[in-house]
Ligand binder design. Sequence first.
Ligand code: B1M
Length: 214
Amino acid sequence: MVQKLKDISEALIKGQAPLVKELVQTCLSNGVPPQEILSEGLIAGMNVIGKRFKKDEIFLPEVMIAARAMNAGLDILDPILSKSNIEPRGKIVLGTVRGDLHDVGKNLVSMMFRGAGFKVIDLGIDVPDENFVDAVQENHPDILALSALLTMTLPMMKTTIEAVEGAGLKDEVVIMVGGAPVTQKFADQIGAHGYAPDAATAVDKAFELMAATG
Ligand code: B1M
C-alpha cells in the first residue's frame, strides 16, 4: 500500500485527476486510513508542487492542474475525514475583498491551505466587511485570510480589519493578507498580522502565525 500512496503523489504531481480519484478509492477499499492517504499521498504530492512552484521550476498551469487533481482526491476524503472527527490542522476563513472579482489566486491559496490540512471556509469574491465579521463570529477560525488583486480594492482590506476590530474580534483571530498589489509594508500599515506573496508561502506563513500565537 505504501507504493499506492506514492502512486497518488505521482499522479497528483502529473495532474492526473481521474487516476488520483481511482487510487484514493482503491486505498480506502483496502483499509488505508484516510488520514494516511491525505498526508502521505495527497499532501506529499502537493508539497512537491509547492516547492517546485516556489523555485520557478513549474508554472501556474501545472499548479492549477495539480490542484484540481488534489481537489478530486479531497472531494472523496472530505466527508470521510469530517465524519471520523479527525482534527484539521487549523481553520481558515478566506475571501476576496469587497469590489474585487479576481478569484484565481484566492482559489490557489485555498487549495494550498486545504492541501496542507487546513479546513477552509471560502466566502468567495466581492465579500463585504460584515460577511467576514459574521464568518469569524460563526466559525471561530484560527486565521482570517484576505485576498485583493486591485489597487482600488486594497483599502477594503483595511476596512475589513477595522470591522473585525470594531466587533471586538481582532485578538481572537490572526489576520493574513495577500494578492499581487499587497506588500509587507502595506500589511503592517493596515494592522494585518501577516502577509504572504504567493500561495506556497501563504501555507508556511499560516503555520508560522499559528505557532506564534499558540
Ligand atoms: Co483583472 N486586473 N481586472 N481581471 N486581471 C489585473 C489584476 C491587472 C493587474 C491587469 C493589468 O492591468 N495589468 C489590473 C489591476 C491593476 C491594479 O489595480 N493595480 C486588473 C484590472 C484593472 C481589472 C479590471 C478593473 C479591468 C476592467 O474592468 N477595466 C477588472 C476589475 C474587476 C473587479 O475585480 N471588480 C478586472 C477583471 C478581470 C477579469 C474578471 C477579466 C479576470 C478575473 C477572472 C477571475 O479571477 N476569475 C481578470 C484577470 C484574469 C486579471 C489578470 C490578467 C490575472 C490575475 C490572475 O488570475 N493571476 C491580472 C493581471 C496579472 O496578474 N498579470 C489582472 C494569477 C493568480 C494565480 O495570481 O491572483 O496574483 P494572483 O495570486 C497569487 C498571489 O497574488 C498570491 O498567491 C497567488 C498565487 O501565487 N495571493 C495571495 C493572492 N491572494 C492571496 C492571499 C494570501 C496570500 C497570497 O493570503 C491571504
